[in-house]
Design a protein around this ligand. Structure first.
Ligand code: ATP
Length: 233
């Protein structure tokens, strides 16, 4: 579904991604784990056209490298960014509606809004509350919900558990699994390696801009090097 070939990014003299190859198969959960500064966000920002890269980004076989972010999102490749970036002065409903900004299928948008409230009843209860007054966990729910309103075929999540209490974080991972069961492919970037590898069909380890390991989530979860470097064992 999504194939990155020899993807490379420079920020001035910093070579942040050094020719990485990644594949995301239709219907799967794929995760990329790595330490701070490894280049994880850079990869997602390149896919969505927010950062300039070289190499190929093949989406359904078509090279979208250099395409407009607006067109990339409209084609179903949707990013939930690190740090949520919700609009604090807009209500929950308005924030969610902005996720559907480029869509014209209003009856489907309504259905997706209902579906979002089924996944996140907490958001429905707070539908008229301003985004900035939500708790950190609720803001993350809102960011994921807004992503879903864009009708993604591939939902990319950048550190969705960052700064959340363990129980809320677990809930977010459960929801990611649920979203995937409902037919959306997921590309997940996480520092919480354990939770990410547990739900991933396939996983990659990124170290200073290079992919150093790739295998099923289960195999990496049991790999000694991963356990030492990323699972604190
Ligand atoms: P984290 O988990 O801490 O968010 P990350 O794996 O997502 O880290 P990136 O944010 O992709 O890492 O950063 C990769 C490298 O590129 C880092 O060394 C960072 O300092 C550098 N970098 C990122 N964005 C820029 C930028 N706009 N200008 C210059 N350097 C940048």
């Amino acid at each position: 579904m999504l194939v990155l070939k020899n993807l490379s990014v420079y920020y001035g003299g910093i070579h942040a991604l050094r020719g990485i190859d990644i594949e995301v198969a239709d219907g799967k959960i794929v995760t990329l784990i790595g330490a701070n500064g490894a280049g994880k966000s850079t990869m997602l920002n390149s896919i969505t056209g927010l950062v300039k890269s070289s190499g190929d980004i093949l989406w359904d076989g078509k090279n979208i490298s250099g395409s407009d972010t607006k067109d990339i999102v409209a084609s179903g490749l949707v990013l939930v960014p690190e740090g949520r970036h919700i609009f604090p002065n807009l209500t929950v409903y308005e924030n969610l509606s902005l996720g559907a900004y480029f869509r014209k299928d209003s009856s489907r948008i309504k259905q997706d809004m209902e579906r979002c409230f089924e996944l996140f009843p907490r958001l429905k209860e707070r539908i008229h509350q301003s985004g900035g007054t939500l708790s950190g966990g609720e803001q993350q729910m809102l960011a994921v919900g807004r992503g879903l309103l864009a009708n993604p075929r591939l939902l990319m999540l950048d550190e969705p558990s960052l700064g959340l209490a363990p129980l809320v974080s677990k809930m977010i991972f459960d929801i990611i699994r649920e979203i995937n069961k409902n037919g959306t492919t997921v590309l997940l970037i996480e520092q919480n390696a354990h939770a990410a590898l547990e739900i991933a069909d396939y996983a990659y380890v990124l170290e200073t801009g290079l992919i150093t390991m790739r295998d099923t989530g289960k195999s990496l979860l049991n790999d000694d090097r991963v356990r030492k470097a990323y699972l604190g064992e």
